[in-house]
Design a protein around this ligand. Sequence first.
Ligand code: CAA
Ligand code: NAD
Length: 289
Amino acid sequence: MQTVGVIGAGQMGSGISQVVAQAGMKVLLSDVDIALAEKAKDGIGKAFAKLVSREKLTPDEADAAFARIVPVADYAPMADAQLIIEAATEREEVKRRIFESAGKVLAATAILASNTSSIPITRMATSSPDPARFIGLHFFNPVPVMGLIEVIPGLATAKDTVSRTRAFADALGKQIVQTEDEPGFVVNRILLPMINEAVFVLGQGTANIADIDKGCRIGLNHPMGPLELADFVGLDTCLDIVKVLYNTTGDSKYRPAPLLMKYVEAGWLGRKSGRGFYDYSGDVPVPTR
Ligand code: CAA
Ligand code: NAD
């Protein structure tokens, strides 16, 4: 691949753009407006500056990778891309509208991929111009640090699409787990019930936020406790994923924790909004319960 389109310039779209540019490819980055794509590029510039200061990247490498990221106002320039990766909000209707619009410029052999955390690929492929060239490409957060990509072919995805997508993931230096198209794929099918259960544990007053996280950090040797991790992922995204698991399977074990719904309704979305289970307004995050 030489040119990759990225749609959605939030934390995942930014991380994806960073690693794709570092791998030597041009990135066309878009969001609902160009200001958001430009803001994301500024954030990536700060990440590059940090890597330079830690001598993990030379200033020349950082400058060249930064220059390869081009914010765009609409999808027209993505006609030059061999791959377009959608990394917008975890809402099926939002993603479907993007596939319909981006599909109008998608080049004849290009691949349209979704970074969805949970939504079935086969179902969303019906909004793309060619389901044979539609695939799930699930990165992990923070993208520059996490070594895994899940590759999820839908029912109609062509073998050639799968092999080209795997080659792209290889070129980024990531390990691949290829999964069947089931809601939540492999990792989130396991992770999100844990996060949701941690919110039930909090809501039932079994322990406070600090102790739930301490228990899992020390007792399970996880780098972050489940509530810290939920804040890191985004509580809106966590709730959207749990809802997909629940609505798609109809299995009551995936019912969203009422307290998770309440936090999202309050606009407490985690790190990205400055408050979730922790308050991020000071130098160190402070548990709110
Ligand atoms: N670019 C490149 N490197 C970066 C970076 C970036 N943007 N951000 C951080 N790093 C590097 C740092 O340079 C540092 O490297 P060294 O150790 O070699 O110096 C390393 O990453 C760790 O960074 P920090 O010291 O800043 O932070 P930390 O040690 O506290 O680790 C963390 C932060 C990596 C996020 C760690 O807490 C962690 O692994 N947490 C769990 C993350 C996780 O589980 N992610 C999956 C979420 S679920 C998901 O993604 C799927 C979904 O669909 C919801
Ligand atoms: P985010 O809230 O940080 O960013 C979402 C971005 O999408 C925002 O910048 C928003 O303006 C943009 N957006 C919304 N509607 C759009 C549209 N119509 N066109 C273009 N852009 C639009 O969310 P995120 O954490 O980056 O998650 C993005 C996707 O990646 C979701 O599907 C999520 O499930 C998935 N994902 C998230 C994580 C995570 O840990 N946060 C990990 C893996 C995958």
